[in-house]
Design a binder for this molecule. Structure first.
Ligand code: GDG
Length: 498
């Protein structure tokens, strides 16, 4: 009888396929997108495995398990849905995850609504995920849980007697103790996290913040080791804690951006907006992305450096997100007012429009064309776990003749500090000066900076990210653990037994 291999079990809030109700009232499955899915699909396809998550609709959606099974069979792994009731979605997803952890972990504690009912439902829903994982996992499997929605799952799994190895990756930042300590359930949440065998953060700053919180809140803390992965003992548990900057499929982006169709669409943009440098901002509608301050900086640059008028245009793409939440609709209104104010102040009838505002999701082709057409990317989140847009922009800059202005509070800044023009997004005049500097930068400097960033992103691409996390998870002894980043002599994760 063929022996079953150890499997990778991925657990995330959402499945890579979501249930959607079409205009005709019929339910169907739609493939999801995004960095996490792109990163993990090749590994799951090669090894087989299971992906467990919420299919993105309330429990009253019809039973689509047969469709889900068929989609999984096509994709080469098993999909398992975690059904959530409407109340669970409200208190767990919209409440605890998006009204507490999302703002708090992005340093915006004033936006938090610390409703105790949210915490109760968060614990219940995490237990629900844990029960489904426990039923699916064997002790030889490796369970990889993703993101802030599911921080309690390991503790719940251990309580159920699960003996599989457990890893966790946080896609958003981890705040400093000053901010984290505001959370009413701060100790319970930290202790729950320590039930994972490996905890991964995006940056060294996030890892440092986490370790400081552990030291402040928990007893008998010891931290050992150096480099990418440390050993931490606290509250009677031992856990590995590392930083693993997430990335993109660099070669896929570069290849697709080289397509004739993309080049033609990019050239068309330059024809429509002739004789000027194009500055690009692409963000989900979210208050962490710093869009209003960015628009104010653009207004400032046009006031402070009048010679740039008619020689630059900002294309600001805002992708609709969480539109049923008040903060988000208010933000949309604020953005639209600012765009109106800038265009009203500077527009040249029949000619130059300073801000091109696009409020919709772009097709992949358009996204690539915008990346390729832009001379300068303006990526200025107030706080961001990583920011993949910055990396995708570099990958698509095939001629290497363009500049990236990047917030120092994006995780990507740790890796791209030498090539990007780093800015403090709260410093409107500083960002305006950075735009001016990028506009005037000589070709040689632009190319040298962009070349360096592209080299680094290509070396540490998304497959490197998966590899380094899985290697850290399976290493038996950290002293025998080779330098993780770029360890070329190590087997690829697809072949590593997890
Ligand atoms: C979270 C963390 C962390 C955007 N507009 C369109 C579109 N996109 C794609 C981009 C990119 C992704 O969405 C956005 O990723 P980001 O990393 O920039 O931001 P979040 O969504 O906030 O992601 C973040 C990430 O998780 C991964 O760990 O980096 O810090 O907040 O891939 O290309 N794609 C298409 N049309 C669009 O209009 N097709």
């Amino acid at each position: 009888m063929a022996q079953r291999r150890d499997r990778l079990i991925v657990v995330s809030n959402r499945l890579p396929f979501i249930f959607r109700c079409g205009d005709n009232g019929r339910w169907h499955l739609e493939a999801g997108g995004g960095g996490l899915i792109t990163a993990l699909l090749p590994v799951l396809r090669n090894r087989g495995g299971v992906w467990i998550g919420w299919p993105g609709s309330a429990e009253d959606a019809p039973d689509l398990s047969a469709e889900l099974a068929a989609a999984g069979a096509d994709a080469g792994y098993t999909l398992q849905a975690v059904p959530l009731t409407a109340e669970e979605v409200r208190n767990f997803y919209e409440g605890f995850a998006n009204e507490i952890i999302w703002p708090l972990f992005h340093d915006m504690q004033l936006l938090c609504n610390f409703d105790p009912a949210y915490w109760r439902t968060y614990r219940e829903v995490n237990r629900k995920y844990a029960r489904i994982v426990d039923a699916a996992a064997s002790p030889r499997d490796f369970v990889w849980v993703h993101d802030y929605h599911l921080m309690n799952v390991a503790a719940d799994l251990r309580a159920l007697g699960c003996r599989s190895r457990l890893g966790f990756f946080l896609h958003i930042p981890f705040p400093s103790p000053d901010i984290y300590l505001k959370l009413p359930w701060r100790k319970e949440l930290l202790e729950a996290l320590l039930h994972y065998d490996l905890i991964g953060f995006q940056t060294t700053r996030d890892r440092r913040n986490f370790l400081q919180c552990v030291r402040v809140l928990l007893e008998d803390t010891e931290i050992e080791g150096r480099g990418q992965v440390l050993q931490v003992a606290a509250a009677g548990r031992r856990v590995r804690v590392g930083h693993f900057p997430i990335s993109i499929d660099f070669n896929a982006f570069m290849g697709q951006a080289s397509a004739l169709e993309v080049a033609a669409r990019a050239a068309e943009l330059h024809r429509l907006l002739p004789k000027r440098k194009l500055i690009l901002g692409i963000d989900r509608l979210d208050y962490t992305k710093g869009i209003p301050l960015r628009l104010k900086a653009f207004h400032t640059v046009l006031t402070r450096y009048p010679e740039l008028r008619e020689r630059i245009s900002l294309i600001q793409v805002v992708v609709p997100s969480r539109e049923d939440i008040r903060e988000y609709t208010d933000l949309k209104t604020e953005i639209e007012q600012l765009v109106g104010k800038i265009n009203g102040s500077f527009v040249d009838p029949g000619g130059w429009v300073p801000v091109w505002y696009v409020y919709r999701s772009l097709s992949r082709l358009d996204l690539l064309a915008y990346y390729r057409a832009a001379d300068i990317a303006l990526v200025t989140p107030l706080r961001d776990g990583m920011n993949l847009v910055a990396k995708e922009y570099c990958a698509c800059s095939i001629e290497e003749d363009c500049a990236l202005i990047l917030s120092e509070f994006a995780g990507a800044a740790e890796q791209l500090a030498r090539g990007a023009i780093l800015v403090n997004p709260y410093d409107v005049e500083g960002v305006a000066d950075a735009i001016h500097r990028a506009f005037r930068m000589g070709g040689e400097e632009r190319q040298a900076r962009m070349r360096g960033m592209r080299r680094s992103i290509r070396r540490q691409d998304v497959f490197w990210w998966v590899d380094s996390f899985l290697r850290a998870a399976i290493a038996k002894d950290l002293r025998a653990f080779p330098g993780l980043p770029g360890a070329g002599d190590e087997p690829h994760a697809e072949y590593v037994s997890v």
